[in-house]
Design a protein around this ligand. Structure first.
Ligand code: AMP
Length: 403
């Protein structure tokens, strides 16, 4: 069995065992082969419910072990050779590829074959793969929708459906495609949905397309433990110097988040000029380029990856030491997702945010959501912006020079 594609990170597990879960011997053997000894909290809760056929809403993030939590029951419940019975919708190409790797391992016992249908690569080989009678399709919604419209795939026999990172898929604008796909698959099916948040649009999807779903909430309250947060408030003209200074000060693999693609490209060029080894990942790049950028980071070819938010939730890189927000994200949920790329499982991590006075409302929102102030920090030779600020609760108004 090829298990090399399964990402291996430290993850919080329980003291329960997979043997107690009514799993078949081939699945237990696969778990043994990939070294999963104890289930994670989401696996303990979701797998038995899914095996019994309950629809499940799992409130969980990347890094919780949710991929195995839905791949294992799907692999147990499906058998090879009866047409496309399983469908997994994922927000990004990277998540789809990782999910396929799990399915290949767990589906082995039932000879399950999966096809990965993602954007950014040629349609032709995917059409071949869809014609070769896979049992499960792992897809990003946009590309699957294209194949549906061209008559390349039929979804009228789906028995098992998973919506992974549903909130992220909606953020990316996939609601119309997802709704159409959900209208196409048979009503009489088993559905699992995973999401890190439950905005009203997701609640509506669940009400419309799921049957009495049971809800499992294993979201960390606030950001993950083990993360140190730092806020560098600087003048607008000092932001670049602050970034360079931070990259020189903190060694280790670093993900720099920038909101716009154009700025990400600019940052990469600027960092290269300064002699840093750096790559980028954003939605304008081909699949091969994204995979190469991630692979290069894993293998240490470059220690810095510049990313836009599209990559924020799906990137699966072991032990990222440092996240830098070059400008705070739009909202507190994105901050928590970005921060979740470090300190995964048992690791410790650092999240630094470079911001200017213009970003203060967003900083306040993030602090409210975390329930604590982001510690103010300074960089050598860069003058800190002096803040006139209120406390988080907004009671006391104080003038203070930043730390
Ligand atoms: P995920 O949330 O599915 O992206 O998984 C996060 C990481 O945890 C991946 O590296 C998985 O290989 C790993 N993982 C998932 N479940 C277990 C488990 N029961 N024991 C050990 N590692 C796990």
């Amino acid at each position: 069995m090829f298990t090399g594609a399964i990402p291996q990170h430290p993850v919080e597990t329980t003291d329960q065992t997979f043997e107690d879960m009514d799993l078949s011997d081939p699945i237990l053997d696969s778990l043994d082969d990939i070294g999963f000894q104890h289930p994670t909290p989401i696996q303990v809760k979701a797998i038995p419910l899914a095996l019994e056929g309950h629809d499940v809403i799992g409130l969980a993030e990347t890094g919780s072990g949710k991929t195995a939590a839905f791949c294992i029951p799907m692999a147990e419940r499906l058998y090879h050779g009866r047409g496309i019975r399983g469908l997994i919708l994922c927000p990004t190409r990277e998540i789809a590829l990782q999910t396929k790797a799990f399915l290949d391992v767990f589906g082995e016992g039932h000879q399950l074959r999966s096809a990965c249908v993602i954007g950014g690569v040629k349609m032709g080989p995917q059409i071949q793969r869809l014609r070769s009678k896979p049992d499960i399709v792992v897809a990003t919604p946009g590309r699957l929708f294209d194949h549906m419209n061209r008559g390349n795939v039929r979804l009228d026999q789906i028995e098992e459906l998973v919506l992974d990172e549903a909130d992220h898929m909606l953020d990316l604008g996939f609601l119309p495609q997802i709704s159409r796909i959900l209208e196409t698959v048979p009503e009489d099916r088993h559905t699992m949905m995973f999401s890190a948040t439950m905005p009203p649009a997701i609640e509506r999807l669940a009400q419309r397309f799921m049957k009495d779903p049971l809800r499992i909430d294993i979201l960390p309250k606030g950001a993950a433990e083990g993360i140190s947060h730092r806020l560098y408030l600087v003048k607008p003209e000092d932001q670049v110097s602050a970034l360079l200074s931070l990259l020189r000060q903190e060694s280790g693999s670093t993900l720099v988040f920038i909101r716009r693609k154009i700025d990400a490209e600019w940052a990469v060029r600027r960092l290269e000029q300064e002699g840093f080894k750096v790559e980028r990942i954003h939605s304008n790049l081909s699949q091969a380029q994204r995979v190469a950028a991630l692979q290069g980071l894993r293998e240490g070819d470059h220690r810095i990856l510049v990313a836009t938010d599209i990559a924020a939730r799906g990137i699966d890189i072991p032990a990222l030491a440092h996240i830098i927000n070059y400008g705070p994200p739009e909202n507190s949920e994105d901050y928590i997702h970005r921060a979740g790329r470090t300190a995964r499982g048992a690791n410790e991590g650092l999240v630094s945010t470079i911001a200017t006075f213009l970003d203060k409302p967003r900083i306040r929102e993030i602090e409210r959501s975390l329930g604590e102030e982001l510690p103010r920090c300074e960089l050598p030779d860069i003058e800190a912006y002096v803040e006139r600020k209120s406390t988080i609760r907004g009671r006391k108004r104080v003038h203070r020079r930043l730390l």
